[in-house]
Design a protein around this ligand. Structure first.
Ligand code: SAH
Length: 511
């Protein structure tokens, strides 16, 4: 029987406080190997992305309109799933044993004879203050910290820790689940002799992109929180360390902190832009609108690869075109040496970098990274009668080949690949846009514009309130042709240029 072995069947995993990067390696591995993932409300969807696509996902937390599954039912569920032979990842916010009821689940599993392992997590009690610039201990300021539940003892009015004891500790007090009773907590501590001028802070959704911090003193914090409209989930920090925040605060200083940015790209290409935006504090939603597919007919590219010596020039306009061409070259039993006698030209640094990966490093490159800029340069270099191979997307515009032909060249414009619309999750994105929960949308090519609009059923009004960010003039033109005005266009037509442009949108202004 499976559960008679010592192999753990249930992992009690702490997912950390929200930032998906704060999951431990061991936690990630446990989630990745699970047949079933049972998770709570304060677990980031990105954390669940580590689960196998075929894993069962079971949500047991509270929803806006639903109650959390009672603890006994969760215990029963874990036992049942394990008995059916599933490896279960029971994923909880923060640490499973810090007000996470992980201990009860462990007891229940032990009683049922089911092997389990505990994977500790980064608790919000420490991490939320840390992301707000508050160290829970500090040399000379606080030599202890105490984590206390804000709920009364056994649901009663009495505090979980008697106020006079808490007030006498002298170190930092961190309250979890303390928002509903914040006025009572503050009064209780002051009534027990704690100075009303003691620094205090409330950090809501610490480490999430929506993180918000309210600062104050013990006697004013409840009012400040009410005025700011800050609700659960939040930690309350009381103690001198809260006054260190102005000096130590860091994440809230990032240029895109709290901004919600949608990245539209090809499914497998988004990560670099996403990472760059996240590094600047943005909350990124990736919305893959396009996927790279083989062209409708692969024969023209295959033929061009077989007889590439016939061309004096070979021109690439994207990294995808480069990859497709070299695949075709490989299919013809050849390699980069076939290009030895040709002039190779590339639009943009990413295209040049793709060529470099195939050993082609001496390429002509347009200074302006768009079709027209390169076409003009090329048209000057190409001599009449020369043969030019252009390997690019099937749906590309005709500008480049037309200009080269006008310069007297014979152009073979070959479809190396095709971009097709994907756009799963479009209803979710439309809902986010409608609710005004998107600050910016990035467009890194014309096809991201056309395909996003296709995904949204052509409803340009949905994009009215978001700042549209264009990588360059060609993409901008496509936006304008669709009746949309970009809020910003990159100065340098690269991912880095686009990121700088997005940052410039909110320079100086905070939320
Ligand atoms: N096991 C969790 C705590 C669960 S109790 C942990 O170790 O973090 C739920 C309470 O945790 C919430 O009411 C809130 O006080 C706190 N909490 C959880 N995530 C939080 C976050 N990202 N920011 C602030 N408080 C958080």
């Amino acid at each position: 029987m499976a559960h008679a072995s010592s192999k753990p069947l249930v992992y009690l995993v702490g997912a950390g406080p929200g930032d998906p990067g704060l999951l431990t390696l061991k936690g990630r591995d446990a989630i990745a190997c699970a047949d079933a993932v049972v998770y709570d409300r304060l677990v980031s969807p990105r954390t669940l992305d580590h689960a196998r696509p075929d894993a069962v996902r079971i949500y047991v937390g509270k929803g806006p309109r639903s109650h959390a599954m009672p603890q006994e039912e969760i215990n029963g569920l874990l036992v049942r799933l394990a008995r059916e032979g599933n490896v279960v990842a029971r994923v909880k916010g923060g640490d499973p044993f810090v007000f996470g009821r992980g201990g009860e689940e462990a007891e229940e599993l032990r009683a049922a004879g089911i092997p389990y392992e505990v994977v500790p997590g980064v608790t919000s009690a420490v991490a939320a203050p840390a992301y707000a610039g508050i160290p829970v201990t500090h040399r000379g300021t606080a030599s202890s910290f105490t984590v206390i539940t804000g709920h009364g003892r056994a649901g009663k009015e009495e505090p979980a820790v008697p106020w006079d004891q808490a007030a006498r500790l002298g170190g930092t007090l961190v309250f979890l689940m303390g928002m509903e009773r914040l006025p009572e907590i503050a009064e209780g501590l002051m009534g027990a002799g704690m100075d009303g001028a003691t620094p205090a802070a409330v950090v809501r959704l610490g480490t999430w992109p929506e993180q918000r911090t309210v600062e104050g003193t013990l006697d004013g914090i409840a009012d400040a929180v009410r005025d700011a409209g800050v609700e659960n989930p939040a930690v309350v920090v009381v103690g001198q360390v809260a006054a260190l925040r102005p000096r130590i605060q860091w994440i809230e200083r990032k240029p895109l902190f709290g901004r919600r940015v949608v990245v539209t790209r090809a499914r497998r290409q988004a990560s670099r832009l996403t990472r760059a935006l996240e590094a600047r504090g943005a909350q990124v939603t990736e919305f893959p609108v396009i996927e790279i597919a083989p062209p409708s007919s692969s024969e023209p590219l295959a033929r061009a690869a077989r007889s590439v010596e016939a061309y004096q020039w070979v021109v690439f306009t994207s990294a995808n075109g480069v990859e497709a061409f070299f695949e075709a070259l490989d299919g013809a039993g050849r390699d980069a040496r076939a290009l030895a006698d040709a002039e190779v030209a590339a639009i943009g640094p990413a295209t040049a970098a793709a060529l470099a990966r195939h050993g082609i490093t001496r390429v002509g490159m347009g200074r302006e990274y768009c079709g027209e800029g390169l076409a003009e340069e090329l048209a000057k270099s190409v001599r009449p009668g020369q043969r030019v191979l252009v390997a690019r997307a099937q749906e590309s515009r005709d500008v480049l080949p037309r200009m080269l032909e006008a310069a007297g060249a014979h152009v073979d414009d070959v479809a190396a690949y095709r971009t097709i619309a994907v756009g799963e999750g479009a209803p979710d994105l439309a809902a986010e846009l409608r609710a005004g929960r998107v600050d910016a949308v990035t467009f890194t090519s014309s096809s991201t514009v056309t395909n996003l609009l296709a995904c949204l059923g052509g409803d340009t009004a949905l994009l009215r309130d978001a700042a549209l960010c264009s990588i360059g003039p060609v993409t901008t033109k496509t936006l304008r042709d669709a009746g949309l005005e970009p809020a910003v266009q990159a100065d340098e037509y690269t991912i880095e240029g686009l990121v700088d442009a997005i940052c410039s949108l909110w320079k100086g202004g905070s939320r």
